[in-house]
Design a protein around this ligand. Structure first.
Ligand code: ADP
Length: 161
């Protein structure tokens, strides 16, 4: 068995924003390798970007970090974690309101696989960022370009045309 500590950071990332990027940067300092998984979320209908588009945007946004791999999949998080050899799942926490749901998910994932979840608290400057809110603001013509990495800002501008 490999002794590399691999962490899986799953999410919808629709779109990937600066809060997500900061979590990847910090996780990459804590683990040997971070796998960012853009997942299809059955509870979120009508995605803004396809899984493939999200994967490619994340790949460009994290190009400056050496130990990160990107996958785009629709499967159970723990199944993917096992396939990737990840021993830890990473989730970001913005506020107490995130915690209830995250705790339940972490307990379910541990029950299913024995894999633990590590929570990384967001930096205060990003705590208001949420993909759902960004989609809403963008939909009504608001400028969100300073809240997302440049490759995501370009993709948003492109899809406006
Ligand atoms: P979900 O996985 O629920 O579809 P997202 O794709 O928006 O949600 O987020 C993926 C992960 O990133 C989750 O762990 C979420 O808590 C975390 N996250 C989202 N927004 C932020 C933020 N502003 N700062 C830190 N972590 C965040």
């Amino acid at each position: 068995m490999s002794s590399l500590k691999i962490a899986l950071f799953p999410g919808s990332f629709d779109p990937f924003h600066n809060g997500h990027l900061e979590i990847v940067e910090r996780a990459s300092q804590l683990f040997d390798k971070v796998v960012v998984a853009a997942m299809r979320n059955p509870q979120k209908a009508g995605p803004l970007f396809s899984l493939h588009e999200r994967e490619s945007m994340i790949e460009k946004s994290v190009a400056h970090i050496g130990n990160v791999e990107i996958v785009g999949l629709s499967t159970l998080v723990v199944t993917l974690a096992q396939e990737m050899g990840a021993s830890v799942i990473i989730r970001g926490l913005r506020a107490v309101s995130d915690f209830e749901n995250e705790l339940q998910m972490a307990q379910m994932n541990r029950e299913l696989s024995g894999i633990d979840t590590v929570f990384i608290p967001t930096s205060a400057e990003y705590s208001f960022l949420a993909s759902r809110l960004l989609r809403e603001v963008w939909h009504y013509g608001g400028d969100v370009s300073s809240m997302v990495p440049p490759p995501v800002a370009s993709a948003l501008a492109e899809s406006m045309r």
